[in-house]
Design a protein around this ligand. Structure first.
Ligand SMILES: C[S@@+](CC[C@H](N)C(=O)[O-])C[C@H]1O[C@@H](n2cnc3c(N)ncnc32)[C@H](O)[C@@H]1O
Length: 322
């Protein structure tokens, strides 16, 4: 890094805010630190987007350069407050109810009945791992309610996101019209009540969902929740560096029960990454499963679930214990 190459705010204005300069050497330092702390990769085509996103944090923290911000995040963040602020800044709050509904239906029609047949005494544990403002876990709860499986005590949904601001929105639980663009009208009428110009899910959905903050780039956070029967980790890996995805999926693999399912977003694939999970078709949707569960998953896509397909279930982590 050459002295002074990163100290001068550019005089360019973007949306009324100063965008600080991001020379090569500083770009690489910040890019790698952000991958390490958040998983999110700002590759070269996204370099100016990175400068734009971070510049607001430079000024709001009373700093005068992106180099100062780098030092702040790297060396002066013992309580993680600056990381939390960064997660909020980087969050892409794009989500809606009934997204990839074929996956929701596979969970309700195939995965849940098979689980209840095999483990009649144990709740179905579902983790929505980047739940954003909460539309995803509520959609899963609706799919289960539609099939009569959202009985008290039978289903536990934990919904987490790396962004505190997103979890606050999810806890508020009031949704504007744009969140409903794919939810059939009859389901909206059945499961939501109006609150002013917004809509709130009924308590019978809300009470099976617990919200928390979890950063997927922190293995300890992933480990806390990954002993789930179903993990939805949708539309977040598209932003991640490959090495981080591999690390996250390794923890999933080690923690998931043998008959658990991982659902990703439509644009996301693990096949090129050489991970241990394998792609399987489940009731018309695609999911990743451990090798041992794969044959079962393929059978389930054409046959009714059977209680005889019992498999060992590891002890859940304390996060899932009552
Ligand atoms: C585009 S939304 C996807 C929401 C939902 N899963 C869906 O498919 O509709 C991406 C979410 O990932 C979250 N996110 C980004 N990096 C994360 C990380 N390291 N850990 C946890 N969540 C993260 C963002 O805060 C954002 O809410």
């Amino acid at each position: 890094m050459t002295p002074g190459d990163n100290r001068r705010p550019s005089d360019s204005l973007m949306y009324g805010n100063v965008v600080f300069s991001l020379p090569d050497s500083l770009y690489l330092l910040l890019r790698d630190l952000i991958v390490e702390r958040t998983g999110v990769l700002f590759d070269e085509p996204k370099r100016s987007l990175l400068a734009d996103k971070l510049s607001g944090l430079v000024t709001s923290n009373g700093l005068t350069s992106l180099l100062d911000y780098y030092y702040l995040l790297r060396y002066d963040d013992p309580a993680g407050n600056h990381l939390a602020e960064l997660m909020d800044r980087l969050a892409v709050p794009e989500t809606f109810f009934w997204r990839q509904s074929e996956q929701l239906q596979a969970i309700a029609n195939i995965v849940a009945p098979a689980h209840f047949a095999r483990h009649p005494d144990r709740p179905l544990r579902i983790w929505s791992a980047a739940c954003c403002s909460g539309e995803e876990p509520i959609s899963v709860a609706i799919a289960l309610a539609e099939t009569g499986q959202l009985q008290p005590g039978a289903v536990e949904i934990v919904a987490t996101d790396g962004s505190r601001a997103m979890i606050e929105r999810a806890l508020r639980g009031e949704y504007a019209e744009r969140s409903f663009r794919q939810l059939p009208e009859k389901l909206k009428e059945r499961y939501f009540e109006p609150v002013g110009d917004r809509w709130r899910p009924l308590d019978r959905l809300r009470r099976v969902i617990r919200y928390d903050i979890a950063n997927l780039a922190r293995p300890a956070d992933v480990h806390r929740f990954a002993a789930a029967d179903v993990i939805l980790c949708r539309n977040v890996f598209i932003y991640f560096a490959d090495d981080v995805i591999r690390d996250v999926v390794r923890v999933f693999h080690n923690s998931m029960p043998p008959d658990a399912y991982l659902f990703l977003g439509a644009a996301e694939s693990l096949t090129r990454l050489g991970v241990d999970l394998q792609l399987a078709e489940v009731g018309g949707a695609f999911a990743y499963v451990k090798a041992r569960a794969r044959a079962q998953a393929e059978r389930k896509s054409i046959a009714a679930p059977s209680a005889s397909a019992a498999v060992d279930v590891p002890e859940p982590s304390h996060e899932w214990r009552a």
